[in-house]
Design a protein. Structure first.
Length: 497
């Protein structure tokens, strides 16, 4: 008899055989779960907490990373891996709970938030950001919360003057902002609430508090962009949780997580993780949640602030959703922001010189090897801004994994005596912990025995008698494993008492 590691769904009863009671620090697989690489710091720290970042590709093919703090903008030096100050002359002050928004238009990178004039830098030739200067000084670009690119237009959303409005530049000219001229204009949304996110491309999707709108370019039309409401009473409560992966856009609303595609949103967290999220996240800071798409697969990672931490800049409730496997997992991470990163090549010789001089920013003690993506360049990875304000890449040794089965009545309706358990995994080192309970009552906790390693027959021995059994498997950090799919208990029926 085998018990497979099912999908993690904390909202489902713990005795449902189709779910896993715990799936922590693992990624979903078709047959179970696999390892998650640990964050490995690869840069010097920012002087302040990260409030937004982006990695963009320069014309020569290299990748350049930018990061913003409350008062500054920085560019990552490929030589020192320190953060060079590229702040413009205008003072910045990112509002509390907000982040920078970035968009690349050709070689010009635009950065906006409500506390500053829109900023721009040429990623190929620029040394500092500068105010976006309008072609018509009488009509400057507005301060805004979001920026994106749609076709040949630069769009700004959630304007300081009107959070229910968006404004776009002239066609082919992001310096032109005179409404009614060169197809530049303003759109105010009369219902749906504040604008809470923009997704660019060939058309524009506008997320609001309680609506999702679409703007389609209509050349020759007096409206320039034709508007249609795709969803009513559904929107994004967390602006930086809006992430597009292929044709699907993921976002966090008040009641949970959704996937939007083909004009319709689907509640991918309903009856699985939404209740768990609601019970743990801090409702006061729901808007600070951030998400990132995994460039190496079909996963999207969400990070939210829970009630367990007091620092409003820390996000400690981290979930993974794999859209192909349609499964969730949980990660033990505490971060301030994500970065969808592409690494730039770094000279091994220069690293050795820095080590000899005692100035290397790289954490070799934490497991950074010469096989690191840092040295190959152009490798897509997830970047994590941790509590030390350094950028870390998810490329280190595997994190400590924890997977648990649901409560199972192995000899229904009789009691069961479990003598041991085998785990279907290629991990060299694993430990099993068997727990029992006499009923499924809320007041009856699972009583776990001490965990055991496998013996020569790859069976972890235990002596556990009970009506219901649960098995928790731990794979230590650093083990080079690829799968864990099921457990096979060695158990015999007991009496009915």
């Amino acid at each position: 008899m085998k018990i497979s590691f099912g999908a993690w769904a904390p909202d489902v009863a713990s005795n449902d055989a189709s779910v896993a009671a715990v799936a922590r620090n693992v990624f979903p697989r078709p047959d179970g779960y696999g390892p998650v690489p640990a964050p490995n710091p690869v840069t010097q720290p920012l002087p302040e907490e990260c409030r937004g970042s982006i990695a963009v590709q320069a014309p020569d093919g290299s990748w350049v990373a930018f990061a913003g703090t409350t008062t500054k903008l920085y560019r990552l030096s490929p030589v020192t891996n320190a953060w060079d100050d590229v702040t413009g002359s205008t003072p910045y002050l990112v509002p509390e709970g907000d982040y920078w928004s970035f968009a690349l238009y050709g070689t010009r990178l635009f950065a906006v938030h409500l506390g500053a004039v829109p900023q721009v830098i040429d990623i190929a030739t620029g040394t500092k950001f500068a105010d976006l200067v309008a072609a018509d000084p009488a009509n400057p670009p507005p301060k805004a919360r979001f920026v994106t690119v749609v076709s040949e237009f630069l769009f700004l959303g959630s304007l300081l003057s009107d959070p229910t409005a968006i404004q776009w530049s002239g066609i082919g000219d992001p310096t032109f902002w005179t409404p009614g001229v060169q197809d530049s204009d303003v759109q105010i949304f009369p219902d749906g609430g504040h604008v809470t996110g923009l997704v660019g491309g060939e058309s524009l999707l506008v997320f609001q508090d309680r609506a999702i709108q679409q703007m389609v370019f209509a050349p020759g039309s007096s409206a320039v962009f034709q508007r249609s409401k795709l969803e009513d009473d559904r929107g994004a409560v967390a602006p930086w949780s809006v992430v597009k992966i292929g044709p699907t856009i993921f976002f966090l609303d008040r009641d949970g997580v959704y996937a939007f595609a083909a004009g319709t949103s689907v509640p991918i967290g309903k009856n699985r993780v939404n209740g768990w999220i609601q019970a743990l996240r801090d409702p006061t800071f729901a808007h600070t949640a951030v998400a990132v798409g995994d460039p190496t697969g079909s996963r999207v990672l969400f990070a939210m602030k829970s009630t367990r931490v007091s620092d409003p800049t820390l996000l400690d409730l981290v979930l993974v959703y794999d859209s192909v496997q349609d499964r969730w997992t949980q990660l033990d991470l505490v971060l301030r922001h994500w970065l969808r990163a592409e690494t730039a090549p770094v000279s091994i010789d220069s690293i050795n010189e820095d080590i000899d001089a005692g100035t290397s920013p790289y954490n070799f003690a934490g497991g950074l090897s010469l096989d690191s993506a840092l040295f190959s360049g152009g490798v897509p990875l997830i970047g994590v801004w941790g509590t030390d304000n350094r950028l870390a890449l998810l490329e280190g040794p595997s994190m400590e994994a924890l997977i648990a089965t649901p409560d199972a009545m192995l000899s229904r309706p009789r009691r069961t005596y479990a003598r041991g358990v085998r785990v279907d995994t290629d991990a060299d080192a694993w430990f099993a912990q068997v727990g029992t309970r006499e009923s499924l009552g809320v007041s009856v906790p699972v009583r776990f025995r001490a965990e055991s390693p496998p013996n020569r027959e790859r069976i972890a021995c235990c002596h556990a008698s009970g009506r219901y059994h649960r098995v928790q498997v731990r794979i230590p950090a650093g083990d080079a494993w690829t799968y864990a799919t099921a457990i096979e208990p060695d158990a015999v029926p007991e009496g009915s008492a």
